[in-house]
Design a binder for this molecule. Sequence first.
Ligand code: 1GP
Length: 246
Amino acid sequence: MNILKRIQSKSGQLALLIDPDKTKDEHYLIQLIKKAEFAHIDFFFVGGSTVTRKEIEKVVSFLKQHSKIPVVLFPGSSNQLSEQADALLFLNLLSGRNPDFLIGHHVTCAEEVLEMGIEVIPTSYLLIDGGKMTSVAYVSQTTPIPSQNTSISLKTSIAGYLMGQQLTYFDAGSGALNAVPVNLIEELKQKINTPIIVGGGVRSIEQIESYKKVGANVIVIGTKIEENSDFLLDIESYKRSSFIID
Ligand code: 1GP
């Protein structure tokens, strides 16, 4: 099954975000992979705001060598590529008005991506205000959509869908104080049939559950696991007690 189909197949799947800038120690990475497998994590997302190609390639190759969990590129710029990854989120930062992140980076890497033959998933990427300045807002020089203004987020997502994007990714940004409002996902699901990824500031099982309940396909977790990788053990117990795994 290709990655987009897997994402579409059910709600409540989990992605562990690996920022190569923060995971340089191989011993740490091995332990993280073991815990992620134990927790039946569905995807590794790899990317970061200021990561080099060399770092991306190194981490992707390491993950592919030591794990069967699919690796999805979640790039912060046009150089964050690796042929060994299973798929690439081809992100359009639709919440912003910076042409570099709407078309510029895409042009820069277009031929190379085509030649790589990797699965490419056109993705509407919306930054939603998470209560603090995040690296992605700073690096992209864009302003996130105010979180209480569901109407702008909905219209932006629908525009992306009408332009042919295959996925909608709501991101409150890494380490956000406030995660993406659950009702935004609920309302979008009522309007269009787009698979949804949500991330930024997810720190509890309760949040995971509430996103799953409203039909978010993938919930992305980075910071919480960077701070305490044993959160993956809590995820395992939650999945076991909810009969998601046996
Ligand atoms: C990925 O930005 C998220 O979309 C990850 O955010 O680091 O807060 O989990 P956290």
